[in-house]
Structures are given as structure tokens and as C-alpha cells.
Design a protein around this ligand. Sequence first.
Ligand code: 5GP
Ligand code: ZN
Length: 118
Amino acid sequence: MKAHDNCIFCKIVAGQIPSRKVYEDDDMLAFHDIHPKAPVHFLIIPKAHVDSLDACGPEQGDVLAKMLLKAPQLARETGCGNGFRTVINTGPDGGQEVYHLHLHVMGGPRTEWKAALP
Ligand code: 5GP
Ligand code: ZN
């Protein structure tokens, strides 16, 4: 699996930058967001670098499905028993800051955070 040069999330996958891990398997990693916008806020990423949702093709289909299907279980396990929000920011106008595909999962008690988007 080729890490992308200077990609912060590839460095997290490689263990070169520490993260608070939520889940890991052969294909994906989940870790807490460093600047949480909700009481629970973690990211699910594919281990194999792909820039964004816009750069995905059929070869990312399996891992995208795995990421989405894992979200409810990890949300429950991290304390979002009453629901959660999933977000994928894509491209400059989509507010994407890190160009390694990631799925935001946010939850916790219903408060004003619901207005905040990552
Ligand atoms: P984006 O705006 O690209 O959808 O979201 C990127 C997210 O990655 C932001 O919510 C930001 O807080 C988070 N983030 C950026 N750098 C790091 C890091 O080094 N570690 C962790 N855990 N999260 C990061
Ligand atoms: Zn990467």
C-alpha cells in the first residue's frame, strides 16, 4: 500500500503521527478528530490513499461500503446511542481540508453542535 507523500492521514495510518484510535482493520482506520465539533467526533478513512470522494472509482466501492457500514457500530461504541451525523467534505467548495478521503462521524447529546459542520 503506497503512502502519499506529505499526506497527514497516510502518516497516521503508518503510525508516524499519533492518533486516538477508534477502530482498525486491514482496509480502514477510525480515529478521533483532533478538533472535535461535537461531543463525539471521529473520522473513518481508507488505509489506501485516495484524495477525495471525487477521486473514487469502482475500485473504492468496497472500502466505501465498509466505511459507511461500520459507522453505526462505532458510533454506538463511542456513545452516540441516540443518533449521529455523517459528513464527507469534497473539494474546495465542499470545505475539504485534508486530501485523503475521510468520513466524519459526529454525535453526542443534542445541543448547538448540530448547527456546526466540520
Ligand atoms: P475536512 O475539512 O478535510 O473534511 O476535515 C479534516 C479534519 O481532520 C478536520 O476536522 C481536522 O480537525 C482533522 N484533522 C486534521 N489534522 C489532524 C490530525 O493530525 N489528527 C487528527 N486526529 N485529526 C486531524
Ligand atoms: Zn493519504
